[in-house]
Write a protein that binds this ligand. Structure first.
Ligand SMILES: [Zn+2]
Length: 289
């Protein structure tokens, strides 16, 4: 993907190398990353899946100390990449959301961190993988996640990484559409199987919205290169719940899925990419998930 010409976002805060003020020492980075990868794919990712109250209470070291990172566009290659992909999602969603959903797009913030940091949803650790916190409307990303994707799943490439960022931004779009709060409320009232089912719908919608970003971005900016779509599909496939459960040596138990199977993740991503519409991503009103 030729992302160098994308506009860098000004909504990035760079906290890499800062650690948590007053926090305990970090976990071993290897452990953290492995946990994180599985966590991202298995549903720790959107902490939106636990209640708002729990999320607020989730920060064990309190939430009163404000942490200030460097604002503005990072200058290193990886930081610039994240900032430009985020900037491109802003440009695309600012155009698409009013047109398709009659809503103004207010972009999320993005915090780049290494190891651990604070979030509006409690302490954030690399172990959790990239995630979106609806309470402070911020995407949290430790860029070492991308190396770990490559190492563990042998999937990667700029467009695959962009898909990961766009998926988190997809959760923000769901939030702006009022879907997240409704789902969270519903999740309080139902049993585990249905809670997981709701989670799968939220995740597949985020995959689809990532596709909507990619499709509309491509129409306007023509930045994709041969093999890019296959790359993102391979990433989506590698992190399907069934695939991960099998890798974990267990049987595949669909009721326990929280993100969807490999086939579903790839299919919804492509649905968004090819259809290009938010309406086409309604995983709550579909006969076939
Ligand atoms: Zn997600």
């Amino acid at each position: 993907m030729r992302w160098e010409d994308f506009r860098g976002s000004t909504n990035v805060e760079d906290r890499r190398g800062m650690g948590i003020p007053g926090g305990r020492g970090g976990l071993g980075i290897g452990t953290v990353l492995i946990l994180g990868l599985v966590g991202w794919a298995l549903g720790i990712d959107p902490r939106l899946l636990i209640s708002g109250a729990e999320m607020v209470a989730g920060g064990r070291d309190g939430g009163t100390v404000q942490q200030q990172g460097r604002p503005g566009a990072p200058e290193d290659e990886q930081g610039r990449f994240a900032s430009k992909i985020l900037g491109n999602t802003e440009d695309v969603w600012r155009d698409v959301l009013p047109r398709q959903a009659n809503r103004e797009y207010r972009p999320p913030k993005m915090v780049l961190f290494s190891g651990a940091t604070r979030s509006g949803c409690g302490s954030a650790q690399s172990a959790m993988g990239p995630f979106y916190c609806p309470l402070d409307q911020t995407v949290y990303l430790d860029l070492s996640f991308f190396q770990e994707m490559q190492r563990r799943f042998r999937t990667g490439g700029d467009f695959a990484y962009a898909y990961v960022i766009a998926h988190e931004v997809g959760h923000h779009v769901e939030n702006q559409l009022g879907i997240l709060p409704r789902v969270q409320a519903r999740q309080q009232e139902v049993g585990e199987a249905e809670r997981n089912q709701l989670s799968v719908r939220v995740e597949l919608m985020a995959d689809c919205l990532a596709g909507v970003w990619a499709g509309n971005s491509e129409q306007r900016y023509r930045a994709l290169e041969p093999g890019d779509v296959e790359q993102a599909m391979a990433a989506a496939e590698a992190i399907g719940d069934d695939r991960l459960q099998r890798q974990g040596g267990g049987r595949v138990v669909p009721d326990s899925f929280t993100h969807g199977s490999s086939e579903q993740r790839v299919r919804w991503f492509l649905q968004g990419l090819k259809g290009g519409t938010v309406q086409g991503c309604d995983t709550f009103r579909t006969a076939r998930l």
